[in-house]
Design a binder for this molecule. Structure first.
Ligand code: NAD
Ligand code: WQD
Length: 336
């Protein structure tokens, strides 16, 4: 298959490109590099020993995208490009709606003009808001509490409407739980441009000496040890879900929605201890107040993806923390 990967220089996109190339597909990346580096694309080429054409294009740029579509005969698009920081989305809501919604609309316009109707979209478990129960199934009620989450919800709805008006579209909405870890080689990984918002990169940066200590946001949640529980999933398992979704779209299913998680919940302290045990590094931490907007517990029922995609996560928490550390210790300053 010939696959356009928007946001392919980013964290999840780069790992997915490795797997696309390894599986013998042709991949092409468009990315405006607002949160990534072209070096990631070069490293993907070196891991996969294959070429990965890169075009520095903003997905809101209709003409720029159209020129890329002119050069290749794409079968499908995997659409990762977007902004993803929850706190920033509250402060800069217009920027988030512009980027995540306008970007997707422009992408869909250019796809339609080129007769490309297969789309895999990066959605998020954030669309479940604060779920009444766990594990979370795909048909649970949807809600959002911040502009980032709302942009994901709105794009999901836009894409469902698109299929109703144009049934030729086949769209997979993939709701990721908490992606962590890195490629087992340690040569590509998550490279936050600022102080990390997410737990695992924060832990890794404390361990490598870039940050002093982890603030654990609350230990009074109704969870076994009082800290927040999440469904952490190895980025390579997540990447593989995209290849399975592409295969599923070949059967022309219309719009399909899948949770991509492991189905297991781990607390903040579980992750911290697993990291320390696996890497032999100690990670200083202190308990601080809850982070506004956080929920107690979130983990997936991933049985639909298993049944319909033949996909399930195969890597455990030890794999996640080992690979996260391999990337961080080999690249203390990320791609810079
Ligand atoms: P990332 O920031 O590493 O990757 C996103 C990429 O998109 C970056 O390379 C960035 O430069 C690019 N980009 C952003 N806006 C663009 C634009 N207008 N035009 C072209 N390129 C643009 O993030 P990631 O963690 O790899 O996330 C990928 C997708 O998955 C995002 O849509 C994100 O919202 C979604 N997601 C991420 C997580 C997570 O925790 N990492 C969880 C759920 C969903
Ligand atoms: C995990 C746990 C924190 C940092 C976010 C987005 C979500 C999705 C994934 C994109 C929580 C605790 C964290 C720290 C801590 N992204 N924590 N100290 O909040 O589950 O989800 O990323 O779609 O939309 O909201 O992930 O990694 O930030 O937090 O104690 O410095 O770690 O309270 O319990 P979260 P996270």
């Amino acid at each position: 298959m010939k696959v356009l990967v928007t946001g392919g220089a980013g964290y999840i996109g780069s790992h997915t490109c490795v797997q696309l190339l390894d599986a013998g597909h042709q991949a092409v990346v468009v990315d405006n590099l607002c949160n990534s580096s072209e070096e990631a694309v070069r490293r993907v080429e070196s891991i996969a020993s294959a070429s990965l054409p890169f075009h520095k294009v903003d997905i809101r740029d209709n003409d720029g995208l159209a020129k890329v579509f002119d050069q290749y005969d794409f079968d499908s698009v995997i659409h990762f490009a977007g902004l993803k920081a929850v706190g920033e989305s509250v402060a800069k809501s217009l920027m988030y709606y512009q980027n995540n919604i306008q970007g997707t609309l422009t992408l869909c316009d250019v796809m339609a003009a080129n007769n490309v109707h297969n789309l895999v979209f990066s959605s998020s478990a954030t669309v479940y808001g604060d779920p009444a129960t766990v594990p979370i199934k795909e048909d649970f009620p949807l809600s959002a509490t911040n502009p980032y989450g709302r942009s994901k919800l709105m794009v999901e709805e836009i894409l469902r409407d698109l299929h109703v008006s144009e049934p030729a579209w086949n769209i997979a909405l993939l709701r990721y739980f908490n992606p962590v870890g890195a490629h087992a080689s340690g040569t590509i990984g998550e490279d936050p441009s600022d102080i990390p918002n997410n737990l695992m990169p924060f832990i890794s940066q404390v361990a490598v000496g870039k940050l002093e200590k982890l603030s654990v946001f609350g230990n009074d949640y109704p969870t076994p040890d009082g800290t927040g529980v999440r469904d952490y999933i190895h980025v390579d398992d997540l990447a593989n879900g995209h290849l399975k979704a592409l295969e599923r779209l070949q059967a022309q299913p219309g719009v399909v929605t899948y949770n991509l998680g492991t189905g297991n919940g781990y607390s903040v302290l579980d992750m911290l201890k697993a990291f320390e045990q696996e890497t032999g590094k100690s990670v200083a931490y202190e308990i601080v107040a809850r982070r506004p907007g956080d929920i107690a517990t979130c983990y997936a029922d991933a049985s639909l993806a298993k049944k319909e995609l033949g996909w399930q996560a195969t890597r455990n928490v030890e794999d996640m923390v080992r690979d996260a550390w391999k990337w961080q210790s080999q690249n203390p300053n990320g791609y810079r």
